[in-house]
Design a protein around this ligand. Structure first.
Ligand SMILES: [Fe+2]
Length: 146
């Protein structure tokens, strides 16, 4: 799967560069293909403690009573060993995708927020992807089936 980086806001698009960045609105020309920008579980760059602190841990909660008609809760925590949220080293954002289509970005403020985010999905099936960005260690991702 190809990965493209928005040079303006750091958003990652899968498969092809979109007409406009869904996060910051920058045009297609702002995207560059970056084949190895995301570290995944088991990747050669992402081993040991770095992997434990950065790979998103995804929890799917099928039963959510918050929205009428029901919804699927998606919780993402960075990572298995909790990532710091210090000014000098923190998670800057978490981007969510369903079947590689962008859903939402959650910006995280260091010192005030935990390295975690949640969404309430309408759809109840598909593959969820979570991409997080650490200001020191870059991009990491994980996927889960709804
Ligand atoms: Fe980090």
């Amino acid at each position: 799967m190809k990965t493209f980086l928005c040079k303006v806001c750091g958003h990652i698009a899968f498969n092809e560069a979109p007409g406009f960045c869904p996060v910051c609105g920058a045009p297609k020309t702002s995207f560059v293909e970056k084949p190895d920008i995301i570290q995944k579980p088991g990747s050669s760059q992402g081993k040991g403690e770095a992997e434990a602190k950065h790979i998103p841990k995804i929890v799917i909660v099928k039963k959510c009573d918050l929205v009428s008609g029901g919804c699927v809760d998606v919780h993402a925590k960075i990572g298995e060993a909790e990532h710091p949220m210090l000014k000098e080293h923190h998670i800057t954002f978490i981007d969510f995708y369903l079947d590689t289509t962008f859903l939402s970005r959650v910006h995280l403020t260091p010192e005030r927020l935990n390295p975690a985010a949640a969404l309430h999905l309408k759809r109840t099936s598909g593959e969820l992807t979570v991409v997080e960005h650490c200001n020191v260690h870059g991009y990491w991702m994980a996927t889960a089936i709804l």
